[in-house]
Design a protein around this ligand. Sequence first.
Ligand code: SF4
Length: 1013
Amino acid sequence: MAAAFPPPDMPPALVARHGSCSLLTPDGEVLTLPTEDALRALRDWAPPLVVHAPLTARRMRLQSPSHLPPWLDLLELFLFVLPGRTIPPTVRGLALALGLDEARIGAGEADLLPELADILLDHATALRATPSGEEMAALAVRMARAGWAWGAPVLQALGAAHPLPPERLQPGDAIRVWRRLPKWEETAPRPAPSNHPVSAADARRRLAEMLGPQAESRAGQADFAGAASAAFAPRMVRGDPHMVLAEAGTGTGKTLGYVAPASLWAERNGGTVWISTYTRHLQRQIEGELARLYPDPAVRRRHVVLRKGRENYLCLLNMEEAVNIAASRPGASSATVALSMIARWAGATADGDLTGGDLPGWFGDLFGRGMLAGIADRRGECIHGACPHYQRCFVEHSIRRAREADLVIANHALVMAQAAWHAMDGDGATDEDNVPTRYVFDEGHHVLDAADGAFSVELSGLEAAELRRWLLGAEGARSRARGLKRRLDDLVVGLPRLEAPLEAVLQAAHALPPPGWSARLSVVLSAVPAAAVAAVPPAAHSEPDALPPDAVLPGAALPMVVKAESEVALPNPCERLLHVLACQALARSAGSGGTDAGGHRPGGPMPGAIECDLRPLSDEAGPAAAALARALDRLAVALRTLVERLLERLEDDTGELDAPTRERIEAAIRTLRRRALSRVEGWVAMLRALEQTDGEASGGTPQHVDFIRLDRRDGQRPGEQDVGLHRHWLDPTVPFAAVLAAPAHGIVMTSATLRDQNGHGEAGRDEPEAAERAWEAAEARTGASHLPSPALRAALASPFDYRQQSRAFIVTDVAHDDIGSLAGAYRTLFLAAGGGALGLFTAISRLRAVHQRLSQPLEDAGLPLYAQHVDGMDNATLVDIFRSESNSCLLGTDAMRDGVDVPGRSLRLVVFERVPWPRPDILHRERRTHLSGGAPGEYDDRIARLRLRQAFGRLIRAGGDRGVFVLLDRRAPSRLMSAFPDGVAVRRAGLRDVAQEIEAFVRRREGNPDAPA
Ligand code: SF4
């Protein structure tokens, strides 16, 4: 049974750290060597065993291990043998998952790796005679041929050899996993839910049942459940939902608190409650907590569904295409290995979620995130009922399961998009989801941000070009984009009433930027004044593709000054407007007025974006916008006609259409409306608004904020910038209230930080007026103030004793603008805590600079350092690693500040580099002017306090936690200190004193729990 790895040829093993490596030599000796020496030694040996090859290579300052023979990455072996499980991608994470105890793992040196390989190969051997073993053998044959380093050891462990006997599963069939997946069955539509209420007493009772008799009683949790039940009362007036605003301090147990009334309501009424979160992490956490209500996983799967946008799921048709392409290209060996891994996972996954589900987040680190994007349903090209895999499709299955579930766990973005689509579709004929009537918004403090994203409009080069690709297909480029004609052909062919509008859509789509627009934009910007483009006669504008797509100036960087050197015609109306907008943004950012969203002064290095006000418009912008509005109007009319004719076909051909064809037409209508028509109509409305004179547009409180943004997006090379016209709601809770809240029957809006504590201590305790203002601000941020009836307010204090469990300091002697001092301060504090430290930054550049100076000294002290934006791992993976270790340190930005849940010793120190003021961009300027009630300074303070509260909230997650919060910004005003919970006194002190306090509070107390606090 034992696979006995690694004999007979013992490979070396390698664990890389910052600047040094733990190395197991082929002779079985364990060495700790400087990186350079380890690299020299490895050149003469067989490829080593590693855990996370890309990270190992980065730590050794290798661009990639690809120029070396392939390393034996144990994570790949884990993925292959035990698919559908996630672990922190470290030696320790892997060892714990494979059942090794702490004592055996120790510091996770290289000599542990052969043992881990042996355990995994033993697992494979144990599966030899099962269908899983047969699948592994077939896939391993294919992968070994593609050069997978584990191919031979796995085949040996499985007792298989190429060629496989003909009666066994063959490699070509094994990778075509869609043939083996179970089919879902269609069910009758669910009736609308009834309206029986849930009383507070019922909710408390359900909570007690879920917790069981042994659970400690938490009064705040029961009160929370009772208060939340008010959102499940029958609605009395259309457009007037019951809204409960419930602030629950950390540790209240609010998840089960709202699950109690929500699950009761769903059971009594045959309906579904949608629970919405802002972060992926919380979605999975809630799903885990529901094991209290449904301990049996099969029952839980029936009652609870986790829903995300379609782009998160594996599309089997895209996978089939990718498999076929890989098979036809002999050089596509890495794609073959990656797709084989996906085939293994697809057979084991619970729901096909590629992002944050049971596919480890580090899959993308190992095989490339582009690969995952290519097999997700990301391009909006689903052909629904015409797809040969429709009845096995993960996306469709998840949508159907959600219709039947009691509780659906979704995210704010999806929930808002769904409500907006429902409002747009109107007739409801093509809804794929049963639109919920009851919602719980967890992380309710993010509703405003989520609504801002959901209801804004962006007309940029990338957005417009993406729509063109969706409508016209690849247009000769090396892309698998299918285009509308190919997707709809069989639905419209031979039907002139449908063929004509489809043709009109395709014609009108040529107004969108043709391939090569981005490079042309860069070239033109470096050479032409806006006036020259405006001078092009109108006739030339209607002639698409007049500029060759290859008119590229390689590596051209976007200049800060527009040069007038030649005249170039931009015939495409969209490209022309983009050019005019870019010229305006550059012209106005050179001296003043432009805002660099990365926090850098315009004119300096440009890591992020330049924004500028749209008004006053440049002379060229009005005519260019009008021309594009006319062109897009033609596209909108054609799209609308196509949608109407498809709807007519649904009505007229009722008797002739079979169910799959009906479904396809409904899906086509849905995607045409959502993906194309709504976008084009939004653009036209935005462009038409430009026709107002500046005088008309100014004065009074605006409804929208319009601005131009020039930015460089992730993954683009210099010279591939984008420019766009942006329209945001001044107050995004207005559309949120209109399209989601008002049509609902009941909403629970909850968070630990709904209110700003702007008085002394707990809002409301000392200053009733301040407390009232805090509630009113919370109502404004959540949209409650736009509803007819007032929200029911509830506030449950945290059960934690912050006075005893925490300390907070402002360090007074660190020069905030000196990276060396900042890095030194982080080093001192992290060492004082002995790790278990989270460092938070407000700028990526400072995070990187500090990381560079910090990694070696921490490594020397035995404290592993991980960092967002540096380690190339996704945030969830970084947090998983951090949580699994007790002495590591983690650096991060906003995403780490909100929503990271690390209870216990792993997190005992949070260090924030500076006050998290709101970014001074145009949107913020307008909001602080118009939404602050005449007190813009207080508006800024409130945002900063809420962010500090969120950051502090990471520290104490359980009753036994102890931790210290440090702000390295001596300029921090005292008026912000009410951000911290009641009982936490913030002290100002020098770095040395703070370090000593940390050591005394966090470390010595660990050895002596009875020591005085
Ligand atoms: S139905 Fe759509 S999403 Fe599902 S596999 Fe087919 S094309 Fe992909």
